[in-house]
Design a protein around this ligand. Structure first.
Ligand code: NAD
Length: 492
């Protein structure tokens, strides 16, 4: 029998052997042109999980040639046929959900229940866009001046290039692949080098579902910029869809300007979570816990700043601290774990540094803030209150299980504090006063507002930000239009 105490990964080796380790090009798993590979590691132990083919610019060119070769045929494929392939892949994800969730936890670290939730959420994008594929409408009208008729149609934008982050290894991909394929675009995906396994597994499922070779390519690489830059510089690529940090997003928008490519940018967030005196505090704490700790806090929609009205601040803080204290920090694949490791030592150190600075700036530690010296990627659930409004931790995305709490006195003060950021992705507010809820939701500068809800992501809703949180929307009935161009045909 395997001794899992010395090698906890040993029991998962058979499962890992089901992941294709090559680049996914032309419907097949192939070695990199240089034959080079890179290691994908378990954040909990640092153990290498698999060696994965390391794509080069030459491999990217091969993937692009294959995407271009089938582009017209895929655009001309009946929407119903495209829809059925997306639907079949959704069914395959459901069939393999347990395996995919474990693979995700192994490469990304998060607690298994978080991966199970993501497999469900990520798969749903394929079901949703299978349904949207056959619902793209145009319009037809008479010109007001009586000079003719106006016909408006939508056409696939062309070859799309997607770059995805490590925090949601499936959903950030399917949120792009689903609408692109539904619209009739071919797509090349470059997953984050920390978490390519889930995406490679998905590519294999697309193959089993009958997706024609060349329509979808997956290019894992340790050299993101080197591989991406020539692809974006190639005018045959007509669309760039990126999810990741705002600084990288800015760079990509600059690169896309050269060929005037369409872009969708899902960038960083700094979500405020407002709790008013008239809120149901128990529900606010439930919502706060979900908004803070889902995905180990490594979510762009994570509540980054709790702004609590003075009358309920202590009650809220004490109750949230109790809930966060009950979290079990451990390896994501162990059955009692509710908080896994962060994705990397770099990520863990950046959280530790932000917390230390906040404490030095005057924040009070209510829980945690005490990682072990040899913590590796692990960071404990932490609650800070009395955090000064100008502390760095309030201004930057934390991306970890750290709740940062400040107080306010008036509604105007709360709105001003919520909007005092360059970001505008998600925001949350808790109040039992409907007028206030709508008034505040209107005034908050963000693409999404949760009212008395701590989790807002929904495949049927448009996801995206304003200000420096991005451009464009994913999901909902809006999402497919990111991959369609509008064409006007003038008739007599
Ligand atoms: P990141 O920007 O460092 O990396 C994201 C992706 O871009 C990765 O695949 C990476 O390899 C690639 N990349 C990095 N530099 C590149 C370059 N110069 N050229 C081409 N590709 C490059 O972000 P991250 O640390 O992986 O992810 C965390 C960030 O993503 C956070 O800021 C988070 O808010 C954001 N995010 C946003 C959303 C959203 O929908 N708005 C969702 C999830 C994550």
């Amino acid at each position: 029998m395997t001794d899992t105490s010395t090698d906890p990964i040993a029991q998962y080796r058979d499962l890992l052997a089901t992941v294709p380790t090559g680049l996914w090009i032309n419907g097949d798993s192939v070695a990199a042109s240089t034959k080079e590979t890179f290691s994908v590691d378990d954040p909990a132990t640092g153990t290498s999980l698999l060696q994965i083919a390391d794509a080069t610019p030459d491999d990217a060119a091969t993937a692009l040639d294959s995407a271009v070769a089938v582009s017209e045929e895929w655009a001309d494929t009946a929407p119903r046929a495209r829809s059925e392939i997306l639907r079949s892949t959704f069914e395959l994800i459901r069939e393999h959900a347990d395996d995919m969730a474990m693979i995700m936890t192994l490469e990304m670290g998060k607690a298994l229940p978080d991966s199970v939730a993501e497999i469900n959420y990520g798969g749903e994008f394929l079901r949703w866009f299978a349904e949207e594929a056959v619902r793209v409408a145009g319009r037809f009208t008479k010109s007001p001046g009586g000079t003719g008729r106006i016909m408006v149609t939508h056409a696939p934008v062309g070859v799309a290039f997607a770059i995805t982050p490590w925090n949601f290894p499936l959903a950030m991909g399917t949120r792009k692949i689903g609408p692109a394929l539904a619209a009739g675009c071919t797509m090349i995906v470059k997953p984050a080098h920390e978490t390519p396994l889930t995406m490679l597994y998905l590519a294999k499922l697309f193959g089993e579902a009958g997706l024609p070779a060349g329509v979808l390519s997956v290019l894992p690489t340790s050299k993101s910029a080197e591989v991406s830059t020539p692809l974006i510089a190639d005018p045959r690529v007509r669309k760039i869809s990126f999810t990741g940090s705002t600084p990288v997003g800015r760079t990509l928008i600059g690169q896309a300007a050269e060929n005037v490519q369409r872009t969708s940018m899902e960038l960083g967030g700094n979500a405020p979570f407002l709790v008013f005196d008239d809120a149901d505090v128990d529900k606010a704490v439930e919502g706060a816990f979900a908004a803070k700790t889902r995905n180990g806090g490594e979510a762009c929609t994570a509540a980054n700043r709790f702004l609590v009205q003075e009358g309920v601040a202590e009650e809220f803080t004490a109750a949230l601290t109790t809930k966060m204290k009950a979290m079990v920090l451990g390896r994501g694949y162990d059955s009692d774990t509710t908080l896994g490791p962060m994705v990397s030592v770099k990520q863990q150190s950046s959280i530790a540094e932000s917390v230390s600075k906040a404490v030095a700036d005057g924040a009070r530690v209510r829980l945690g803030a005490d990682p072990a010296e040899d913590a590796g990627c692990f960071y404990p659930a932490t609650v800070l209150d009395q955090v000064p409004a100008d502390a760095e931790i309030v201004c930057n995305e934390i991306f970890g299980p750290v709740a940062v709490i400040s107080t306010f006195t008036s509604e105007d003060e709360a709105i001003a504090a919520a909007n005092a950021t360059e970001y505008g992705l998600a925001a949350y507010l808790y109040t039992q006063d409907l007028d206030r809820a709508l008034r505040v939701a209107d005034k908050i500068e963000s693409g999404m507002v949760g009212v008395n809800r701590g989790v807002i992501s929904d495949v049927a809703a448009p996801f995206g930000g304003v200000k420096q949180s991005g451009i464009g929307r994913e999901g909902g009935s809006e999402g497919i239009y990111e991959y369609l161009t509008t064409k006007y045909i003038a008739l007599t």
